[in-house]
Design a protein around this ligand. Sequence first.
Ligand code: ZN
Length: 593
Amino acid sequence: MEIKQRSEIQRQYKWRIEDLYALEEGWQFDYDVLSARENELDKYRGRLGDASVLLECLRVKDELEEAMERLFVYANMRLHEDSRVSEYQGMADKAGNLLSKLSASAAFIEPEILALPDSRIKNMAKPGLEVYRHYLDNLARLKAHVLSPEMEELLARSYEIAEAPQNAYSMLNNADMKFAVIKDEYGKEVQITHGRYISLMESANRDVRRETFNAFYAEYIKMKNTIAALYNASVKKDIFFAKAHKFSSSIEASLAENNIPVQVYTNLIKVTEEFLPDMHRYVRLRKKILNLPELHMYDLYTPLVPEADTKVTYEDAKATVLQALTPMGAEYTRVVKSGFNSGWIDVYENEGKRSGAYSWGAYGRHPYVLMNFDNKLNDMFTIAHEMGHAMHSYYSWDAQPYVYSGHTIFTAEVASTVNEALLTEHLLKVTADDIQRRYIINHFIEQFRSTVFRQTMFAEFEMLAHQMAEQGEPLTVSSLCELYRGLNEKYYGGGIILDSQIDFEWARIPHFYNAFYVYQYATGFSAAVALSRRILREGAAAVDDYVNFLRCGSSEYSIDQLKKAGVDMSASTTVRQALSVFRGLIDKLEAAG
Ligand SMILES: [Zn+2]
């Protein structure tokens, strides 16, 4: 089927971008105004110890950032509509440049506040400044880990050098490494790329999967010594900065940034361990359902149940999502519905449009969703997911001042996953067709596997590798491979052949150069599943707590926000509740045999 031009798409399926700027001249006007204010923050430099100056400075900074956000979002959303349009390329470029200039001009503010005596930050009072209390507390919280200005300056100058392992890995992985050409299931030659790897691994044809797996890993194994040296340097870098800033370990330093207790991390690993027998059960079921004499690592991605042929129209998908969200109450669904009807969503693919899906927007306006709806069941899940993000923004923007209008990374995927979990529950209730039911169950199981189990295994690897280095043990190809193989044995059990290539998986994960990050995918997903259960079980009271959480933005620490919503991430119960759902799904799949 030929892809349409954007002009051929009916208006009701395009987002109402004019709600950001009615006319392009408006964008240009704002751009000129903001450009002229580029150095406005300069006049506050060196004076932030005075509460009135501080308040004025923070207000001006927010005002500039808010205006900048709208310019940036509009230019880039335009570009995403059709990336071939040079006018939009130019606007996005200009917006990007202005954004970095403004960020640079505001860069002095936080170090200057941090240089003030502790008691001074805590006791600053001025009508209006109380809005910024959490912002200031959050800054002051890490003051014990801030060194003298000379030391901080020296460290700051080393950051660029410290990025070398990550940059070099990224260059190697994305630019220099080339993967082999293999034959796909139609006998057509395809070059393996990062983007194609997973879809080739999902192939129903086992030869394609095996060849892809072998050829892909062969390139990493060729580079094994270089990659081990880069990873070793990256871990050493984490340890160096943690020690320099007087943290007792690199994991503590990393989690302190968002005020997450280390216990949240270790609990996740401990509780996931309790449910590994269920993961092993799933592995054995996979072998049985795929009807294979042995299950290999390259058999992990191929769908157990092919996506049912059923076509889902956009109208039906919206109606089903709305129904699935009924437990959220009348107010929530009213807003979702009005979002559907008033141009929040850019629905269909067109020539030049950005692929995938996201939710975005600018404070003070309504949120937007970009997607490429293709009448598949999976696209219905995308609507539920992205509208979850959009509703999170909608509530936070409504309730919070600009400074707290964003979400913390730790909570980012909660709202989207709650909606997906509710959709799954709803579909399981109303779907009679056996194949479709199995597809839905498997879809949810795979989310648990890839978001909880896999990311927790990554998290455990990162923790152990950093501990090894902290205890002075060398990180070499063989010690990293041994560590990784042990983890694979633990997570997948004896029901799968651990092909030797998988020992090198650590060599192909770019996230490892941004240490102690991926565990948040697992905790966020677990929190969302537990919350969706609570909403289904307790109704209105649970919904109230949940909506209050959506309204929080970043005005409180993540762990406290989630506690208010009804899940305590520092206790084991939340992850256990979520993984019990996984256990139930495996039971269902087993029963469906
Ligand atoms: Zn998401």
